[in-house]
Design a protein around this ligand. Structure first.
Ligand code: TRP
Ligand code: ZN
Length: 829
C-alpha cells in the first residue's frame, strides 16, 4: 500500500500548473459512520474541460468497492499509484464510488479520525483523498451535500459544512442527518463531526440584518470553559464587518473542539474544527497568553471565511495568499483588542524566534515557493508570518484608505474563485494606484534582507546612507551570491541628541536599490536615527548607533515599537559581548531598564516587554559560532546584575502591580509586569524569592500568576529553594492531572526550564505515564519546549539531539505531520 520508504516523493512545481481536466460542480457524500469501519459513498457530477482526458481521482490506497458511471457498474477503471483512473466517453457524467475507511486506525489525524470518541475530519491540505476518491486540489470547487448515519447514542450530534437540511431515525438505534453547503468549495474545506457534544450557543446579527446562529460544541464537561471563545467569535465577526466590510454568509456557524489535532485549528466552511487548547479557557486553567491566543485563532479561522474560503487558492504554492493575509488580518484584530504596540512587539518576537532562523537556514524558501515534495511541510513561519509582513508592507505603502479599496476590489473580483498571489498583488496595484513590479520580489526570494544604516552630521546637514543586502535563495539563481534588491518601506525619524526634539518628522522611505543616500538639511544638533519604526519592514538593521544612542532611543523614541527595538538592541549587544568576551559592561542596560521602570504613566504591559532580555536563541542567531553555555552564562549574569542592582525597583513593581483578577488589557498588563518582576527577584538571589514565588503559587486565583510562579520555581537551582520547587511541581501535578491542557503546561514548564539538569529531566518525562506521542499537544509540550531550550537541547555531548531524533523517528511513524513540525530545531545549525 505504501510506497517504499527509500523513494523520495515526486517534486511538484509551480511552473507546471495546469487547470483541471474535469470539474465537479456537485458532489453528494453518504457516510455510514463507525470508528472501526466507515463506508463512504460519493456521487460526483463531473464535467469535462479537456478533450480526451480520462477522469483521475486522488485516493490514498483505498480499494474501490464499487465504481458506477451514470448508474451502471463499470470495471474498466484502473489504479495508477493512488489515483483511480476512469475513462469517460462524454462531457458530463455521474460517477459513483464506494470505499471503506478505518477512523480509529488513523493516527496521522488527516482525513476522518477519532479523537476521544468524537469522529472528525481534517482535510487541508490533502486529507480529503484519505476519505474518498476525488480530484483533491483546491481549484476544483463543488457544492456539497452530506448525509451521515451513525449510532444515535454514541454520536447524537452530526455536523457538516453549510446548513442542516433534514434528520431522522435510521432504525437499529441509528440516526441520520443531512447538511448542504450552498457555497462551492474546494475539498480541503470539507468537514464533518459526529459525537456526544454539547453546544454553547449564541447569535450574531450581521450588518445587513441577517441572524446567524453560533455554537461552540464540546464535551459536556468542557462546556463551562467556552464563553471566552464564543465572545471572541462575536468580536471577530463585528470587526471584519467594520474593518473590511466582510459579512458572514451562512445561517449557522459551528465550531467544534477536539483534543487531538495537528495544528491550531481549521477553517472548514461553516464548521471550524479546533484544537481544544484554542477554545477552552477559564481563569483557573488558562493564562492570559492562552486567552489571547484563543481570541486570535478564533478570529483567524473566522476571517478565512473570506480570505481563504470565498476566495480560495488556485494551488498550494499560493498558500500565503490565504495564510499570510489572514494572519495579517488576525494581527489587526488582536491589536485592536488592547495595546496595539504590545501586540506588535509580540508579533515581531515571534517572527524573530521562528521565521528569521528559517530564512537563514537550509530550509529557507520564498513565501510563494517554486516547488515542493510534501505540501504539509510548507505550513511554515515563512508562509504565515513573513507572508503577513508582506501584506503589512503593502498596507503601509498604500495607507489605510487605499488598502481598504484594494481589498474590496480583490474580494469582489475573485469571490467564488481559486486565485493566486499575483491576483492579490494586481488588486493591490489597481486598487491602490501603485506599481508593485519590484515589490514582487518578496514573493520570489527567500532570506531576511539586511539593511545597514549610518548617519553623518556636518555643517547642519545629516547624510543617511542606506545599503541593503539580500541573501541568496537556496536552489535559486544558481551561483549568484546574493538576491536582487528588495523594496523596503522604512519608516524613519531623526531626534536631536541634546534636546530630544524631532529634527526630521516621521517619513516613509522606500529603499528599493542596493544603496541610497538621503540628505537632510537644517539639522542643527547631532541626530539620532530612529529607523524601521513600527517594524515597517521585516529586515535586520545594522546601524552605527552607539550604546548611548540606543539608550537614548530606549527612553525618548515616541514610537513604542522603535523604543522597544532600541532597548532590545542595547541588550543584545551587551549579551553578545558577554558571550564572546566572557564579560560585558552592564551599566547602559541597567540605567535604561531602571529609567523604564521609573517612568511615570508608562503602560505596565509595555514596561514588562521592554525590560525582558532577548532569548538565548536570539543571541545565538547573531553569532557565526554559537556557544550555548557561554550565551546562557552571559544572559544569567546580566539577569543577576539587573536583579540585584534594581532589587528595590523590582520589589516596588511586584508589590505595586496588583489588581483583582479580570481579563482586561489593564489587569493583564499588571500581571505581566508583576510576573516579570518576580523573575528578576529570583535572579537577584534575594533570600525571600522562593518564598515569594511559592506564596504566589499557592494564593493565585488565576493560572497566569500560578504558572508564572511555577516557572520561576522550576527554573531555580538554589539548594535552599529545592523544597519549594519540588513541592510546587507536585501540587500542580496533583491538582491538574485530569486536565490535559493544564498537564501540558506542567510538562512544558519543565522542558523549558533553564536548570542545568533539564536534559535529564526531559529524558525522564518522556517515560512519564502521562506522556504520549499519540496526542500532538502532549508531544509538543515536551519535545517542542525542549527543542527551543537552547542550552539544554544543544548540550555538547549531543544527548539532546539524540533524544529529539529518537522521539521524532517514532512520532514520524504515527503522525508525520506533527513530527515534521517539531523538526526545525534540528535544522538550525
Ligand atoms: N488552515 C489552517 C489555518 O488556519 C491550518 C491547518 C489546520 C492545517 N490543520 C492543518 C494545515 C492540517 C495543514 C494540515 O492556518
Ligand atoms: Zn490559516
Amino acid at each position: 500500500m505504501d510506497a517504499p520508504q527509500t523513494l523520495a516523493p515526486a517534486v511538484t512545481r509551480r511552473a507546471d500548473y495546469r487547470p483541471p481536466d474535469w470539474l465537479v460542480p456537485d458532489v453528494a457524500l453518504e457516510f455510514d459512520l463507525d470508528p472501526v469501519r466507515t463506508r463512504v459513498r460519493a456521487r460526483l457530477s463531473v464535467t469535462r474541460s479537456t478533450p480526451d482526458a480520462p477522469l483521475r481521482l486522488d485516493g490514498a490506497g483505498q480499494v474501490p468497492l464499487a465504481v458506477r458511471v451514470d448508474g451502471v457498474a463499470i470495471n474498466d477503471w484502473r489504479l495508477d499509484g493512488d489515483q483511480l483512473v476512469i475513462p469517460l466517453p462524454g462531457d458530463a457524467h455521474l460517477v459513483e464510488t464506494e470505499v471503506e475507511i478505518a477512523p480509529e486506525q488513523n493516527t496521522q489525524l488527516m482525513g476522518l479520525y477519532a479523537s476521544n470518541g468524537i469522529l472528525c475530519t481534517q482535510c487541508e491540505a490533502e486529507g480529503f483523498r484519505r476519505i474518498t476518491y476525488f480530484p483533491d486540489r483546491p481549484d476544483v470547487l463543488s457544492r456539497y451535500t452530506v448525509r451521515m448515519t451513525a449510532d444515535a447514542q454514541r454520536f447524537p450530534v452530526l455536523l457538516a459544512n453549510g446548513d442542516p437540511v433534514a434528520r431522522g431515525d435510521a432504525g437499529d438505534g441509528r440516526h441520520w442527518a443531512e447538511w448542504r453547503d450552498p457555497f462551492p468549495k474546494p475539498s480541503y474545506l470539507f468537514a464533518l463531526v459526529a459525537g456526544d457534544l454539547q453546544p454553547n450557543r449564541g447569535s450574531f446579527t450581521t450588518m445587513s440584518g441577517r441572524a446567524v446562529e453560533l455554537a461552540i460544541w464540546v464535551r459536556a464537561a468542557d462546556l463551562s470553559r467556552t464563553d471566552h471563545a464564543l465572545h471572541a467569535l462575536k468580536l471577530a465577526m463585528a470587526w471584519d464587518e467594520r474593518t473590511y466590510g466582510r459579512e458572514y454568509d451562512l445561517d449557522v456557524f459551528n465550531i467544534v473542539a477536539v483534543d487531538d489535532f495537528n495544528f491550531g485549528a481549521m477553517e472548514n466552511k461553516g464548521l471550524n474544527v479546533f484544537n481544544s487548547r484554542y477554545i477552552l479557557a477559564d481563569p483557573d486553567t488558562a493564562t492570559d497568553a492562552d486567552y489571547d491566543a484563543i481570541a486570535t485563532v478564533v478570529a483567524h479561522e473566522y476571517f478565512h471565511n473570506w480570505s481563504g474560503n470565498r476566495v480560495t487558492c488556485r494551488d498550494w504554492f499560493q498558500l500565503s495568499l490565504k495564510e499570510g493575509f489572514t494572519v495579517y488580518r488576525d494581527q489587526g484584530f488582536s491589536a485592536d483588542q488592547g495595546s496595539a504596540a504590545v501586540k506588535r512587539i509580540e508579533d515581531i518576537r515571534t517572527l524573530r524566534a521562528a521565521q528569521f532562523p528559517e530564512d537563514a537556514g537550509p530550509l529557507a524558501h520564498p513565501i510563494r515557493p517554486d516547488s515542493y515534495q510534501e505540501i504539509s511541510n510548507f505550513y511554515t513561519a515563512t508562509v504565515y508570518n513573513k507572508g503577513a509582513e508582506v501584506v503589512r508592507m503593502i498596507a503601509t505603502m498604500l495607507g489605510p484608505q487605499r488598502f481598504r479599496t484594494a481589498c474590496d476590489l480583490y474580494f469582489d473580483r475573485f469571490d467564488g474563485t481559486a486565485a493566486t498571489c499575483e491576483d492579490f498583488v494586481r488588486s493591490m496595484e489597481f486598487g491602490g494606484g501603485v506599481d508593485l513590479s519590484r515589490f514582487r520580489r518578496w514573493y520570489e526570494q527567500a532570506g531576511t534582507p539586511r539593511v545597514s544604516a549610518s548617519v553623518e552630521h556636518r555643517d547642519g546637514r545629516a547624510t543617511l546612507r542606506l545599503a541593503q543586502r539580500v541573501p541568496a535563495t537556496p536552489g535559486q539563481h544558481d551561483g549568484q551570491p546574493a538576491g536582487e534588491p528588495m523594496v523596503l518601506p522604512l519608516c524613519l525619524k531623526l531626534f536631536g541628541a541634546q534636546t530630544g526634539r524631532a529634527l526630521i518628522e516621521e517619513r516613509l522611505h522606500l529603499l528599493d536599490e542596493a544603496n541610497q543616500t538621503l540628505v537632510f538639511d537644517g539639522v542643527g544638533e547631532r541626530p539620532v536615527l530612529s529607523i524601521n519604526r513600527g517594524f515597517s519592514a521585516p529586515v535586520i538593521i545594522d546601524s552605527d548607533r552607539t550604546a548611548a544612542d540606543l539608550a537614548f532611543l530606549s527612553r525618548h523614541d515616541d514610537d513604542p515599537v522603535a523604543r522597544h527595538e532600541a532597548m532590545q538592541q542595547l541588550m543584545l549587544d551587551t549579551l553578545v559581548a558577554g558571550a564572546v568576551e566572557g564579560r560585558a559592561d552592564h551599566d547602559a542596560v541597567i540605567d535604561a531598564v531602571s529609567a523604564t521602570l521609573a517612568e511615570p504613566g508608562l503602560d505596565p504591559a509595555f514596561i514588562a516587554e521592554a525590560v525582558l532580555l532577548p532569548s538565548e536563541a536570539f543571541v545565538g542567531d547573531q553569532l557565526a559560532v554559537v556557544d550555548p553555555e557561554a550565551i546562557a552564562a552571559a544572559r544569567e549574569a546580566l539577569r543577576r546584575t539587573l536583579g540585584r542592582r534594581l532589587e528595590a525597583q523590582w520589589r516596588e513593581a511586584y508589590d505595586g502591580a496588583r489588581a483583582p483578577y479580570a481579563y482586561t488589557p489593564a489587569a493583564k498588563g499588571l500581571r505581566r509586569l508583576r510576573n516579570v518582576a518576580l523573575g528578576y527577584l529570583s535572579a537577584s538571589g534575594a533570600d525571600d524569592w522562593a518564598r515569594l514565588a511559592f506564596t504566589q503559587f499557592g494564593a493565585a486565583d488565576n493560572m497566569t500568576d500560578r504558572q508564572a510562579a511555577l516557572s520561576t520555581l522550576a527554573n531555580g537551582e538554589a539548594p535552599e529553594a529545592e523544597g519549594e520547587r519540588v513541592a510546587a511541581l507536585d501540587i500542580f501535578y496533583q491538582r491538574y492531572r485530569d486536565n490535559p491542557l493544564v498537564l501540558d503546561k506542567w510538562f512544558g514548564t519543565q522542558a523549558l526550564s533553564t536548570r542545568t539538569d533539564t536534559a535529564v529531566t526531559v529524558a525522564e518525562l518522556i517515560h512519564h505515564r502521562d506522556f504520549t506521542l499519540a496526542n500532538p499537544n502532549r508531544a509538543r509540550s515536551v519535545l517542542g519546549g525542549f527543542g527551543v531550550n537552547q542550552r539544554a537541547f544543544h548540550a555538547a555531548d549531543g544527548a539532546g539531539y539524540r533524544l529529539l531524533a529518537d522521539q521524532l523517528i517514532a512520532l514520524d511513524r504515527l503522525n508525520p505531520q506533527t513530527a515534521a513540525k517539531l523538526l526545525p530545531p534540528l535544522a538550525r545549525w
